[in-house]
Design a protein around this ligand. Structure first.
Ligand code: AMP
Length: 276
């Protein structure tokens, strides 16, 4: 049986009761329109935790004024069925009013994670990561101590969430989960439903470009410029794609290639790590 809450108080009470009974809690925050990518987070949570809480909330704070907030898909009945199939035991499905007050005007506190939000998605979408950090902090406070699962699909978001959890001492362990893809390579996204058939066909250029960039890195892991340029060159070769950025980011363990492009009005992201 899955317990569905539409208030923070009811959700918190239910998870407090689980912990009091000795259960560990897994958390998978989402904006709904659940697909196999989200399901992989729920599966991972179910494998490593006793109970699994999924949050379904389309967060207005993380959308820009000209973005797709109004038309973002909200198939909640389907979401509940998919979450249950994958082992979710608790769902939080709050209204905007529950999260932010009747007019949104009760929120005077926002969270800004500095530095790592200046580039890529943060540069293209001003304010986006403040919206993400603020809602994630609220959801963490609602959920309480747990292990929280986030997709590498939103790679920069995962880094922001890790930093936030560390900096604000949330009693929460962040777990990153691999990108789930369609058979032809397109990373699953709730926004893929917006793609026209022609744009859907063209969209595989993103994973193709990342694969080509990764192949260059495997011959020379030091040459980030060559890899980034190769990703950009291949995406630019697809007339239906309009490139926002191609980046190569060096970490302790890998080089991460990241790309974002628009197909018509639909913006898609993808990324791929190459071990060092
Ligand atoms: P969203 O509903 O788009 O906000 O995504 C909720 C969570 O699911 C985030 O942690 C995403 O990174 C993750 N996610 C979305 N798509 C995928 C995917 N294709 N593979 C793995 N995780 C994903």
């Amino acid at each position: 049986m899955m317990q569905v809450s539409d208030t923070i108080a009811a959700f918190r009470k239910a998870l407090d009761a689980e912990r009091a009974a000795g259960k560990t809690v897994g958390l998978a925050p989402t904006m709904g329109a659940l697909h196999a990518g989200h399901a992989s987070l729920i599966d991972a949570a179910a494998r490593s935790c006793d109970v699994v809480a999924v949050t379904v909330f389309v967060n207005p704070l993380q959308f820009g004024p000209n973005e797709d907030l109004a038309k973002y898909p909200r198939p909640f009945e389907n979401d509940m069925a998919l979450a249950a199939q994958h082992g979710a035991t608790h769902i939080l499905h709050p209204s905007v009013e529950e999260m932010y007050g009747p007019t949104g005007s009760t929120v005077l506190t926002t969270i800004h994670v500095a530095g790592i939000t200046d580039t890529m998605e943060g540069a293209v979408r001003p304010g986006h990561f403040d919206g993400v950090a603020t809602v994630v902090a609220k959801l963490f406070n609602a959920a309480g101590p747990c292990r929280a699962f986030f997709g590498e699909k939103d790679y920069q978001q995962l880094q922001v969430v890790r930093q936030l959890a560390h900096d604000l001492s949330f009693p929460i362990e962040i777990v990153g989960c691999a990108i789930v893809r369609e058979a032809d390579g397109l990373a699953l996204s709730s926004r893929n439903v917006y793609l026209s058939p022609a744009d859907r066909a063209a969209s595989i250029v993103l994973s193709r470009a990342l694969d080509a960039g990764a192949a260059l890195l495997r011959t020379d892991i030091e040459d980030l410029d060559a890899a980034r340029n190769e990703v950009a060159r291949i995406v630019a070769g697809e007339p239906r794609a309009s490139l926002d950025y191609a980046e190569a980011v060096l970490t302790d363990t890998e080089v991460r290639l990241l790309v974002a492009a628009k197909f018509g009005t639909t913006r898609l992201l993808d990324n791929l790590g190459v071990p060092r």
